[in-house]
Write a protein that binds this ligand. Structure first.
Ligand SMILES: [Zn+2]
Length: 307
């Protein structure tokens, strides 16, 4: 298996201010751990291109895209999109690189250049709705990649597996009416953004988990609630919203997973991908704010993708 890591130096320049947990050091912590673990040597590295406007328009309203472009501040200035979601002069380019990483990843998988991909990018995306930025997210990277695969490669079934500790309200919003996408999410509940509680359709599978959920209960929830619909759906491509903020060392939230769960869930997803999708997986970094735990968890995730 060849795994490609897609990133770009622009993603390190987006900075929401001192003390903000969604910080540039997250990407460096991951890269450092990949090198320290020896994994880095077996991975391919590709720079993320800028997403084009037509890619953003696959899932975002044109007016919303205009608003984000117009909001981009001058050098040295900052603009608050919401109290925790802030743009500096580099944010727009970083967001375009993050969205572009999924486009090149899908292209590389569909042309069989690599087996799977991890997009080591920021800003993250799963809270970004059709017409609203929120929760550190501007463009919905995973949703753009899903829509691009459906459109460009005429796929009929794309699954998105989201194990970030927060519900991916943006991804649900975007695919609410599109049964070509199966969205499976685990998340702490009740917790930000306080969504995922509505009765859902067959193609939106929300699995709320109570505070302090540990590895065994998380894994049982995946076995009971994710694997049956994933097997029934037979996805032709699987995308992952890979947030690592459910880790016990991560203070952002209150779940108690260890990196063993990230290794385990990656293996479950990979088994499904090998059964139905020729192994095709594109994984996107979402949350994960305890830098050491983040590095170790991503290494566990990528060690399974690349084996
Ligand atoms: Zn999160």
């Amino acid at each position: 298996m060849t795994t490609v890591i897609i990133s770009h130096p622009d993603c390190l320049l987006h900075d929401m201010g001192q003390g903000h947990p969604e910080c540039p050091q997250r990407l460096s912590a991951i890269q450092d751990q990949l090198i320290a673990s020896g994994l880095d040597m077996v991975l391919r590295h590709v720079e993320a291109p800028l997403a084009e406007r037509q890619h953003l328009e696959l899932v975002h309203d044109p007016d919303y895209i205009d608003r984000i472009f117009q909001a981009a501040p001058a050098a040295g200035a900052q603009v608050q999109i919401d109290p925790i979601t802030i743009m500096n002069e580099h944010t727009l380019n970083a967001a375009l690189r993050a969205a572009g990483s999924g486009i090149v990843a899908v292209d590389m998988l569909m042309s069989k250049k690599v087996s799977n991909a991890f997009c080591n990018v920021r800003p993250p995306g799963h809270h970004a709705q059709r017409d609203e930025a929120m929760g550190f997210c501007f463009f919905n990277n995973v949703a753009i990649a899903a829509a691009y695969a459906l459109e460009r490669y005429r796929l009929e079934r794309v699954a998105i597996a989201d194990f970030d500790v927060h519900h991916g309200n943006g991804t649900e919003d975007i695919f609410q009416e599109d049964a070509r996408v199966l969205y499976c999410s685990t998340f702490q509940h009740p917790f930000y953004p306080y969504t995922g509680t509505e009765p859902t359709t067959d193609h939106i599978v929300n699995v709320p988990l109570p505070v302090a959920t540990k590895d065994a209960a998380f894994q049982q929830a995946i076995i009971d609630r994710w694997l049956p619909p994933l097997n029934a759906f037979k996805p032709q491509l699987i995308l992952i919203s890979a947030g690592f903020d459910a880790h016990i060392e991560d203070d952002m939230a209150g779940l108690a997973l260890t990196e063993q769960s990230y290794e385990w869930v990656t293996r479950q997803i990979k088994n499904i991908a090998e059964k139905y999708a020729q192994g095709r997986i594109v994984s996107f970094l979402e949350g994960g704010y305890a830098l050491s735990a983040l590095g170790r968890s991503v290494a566990a995730h990528i060690s399974v993708l690349s084996e």
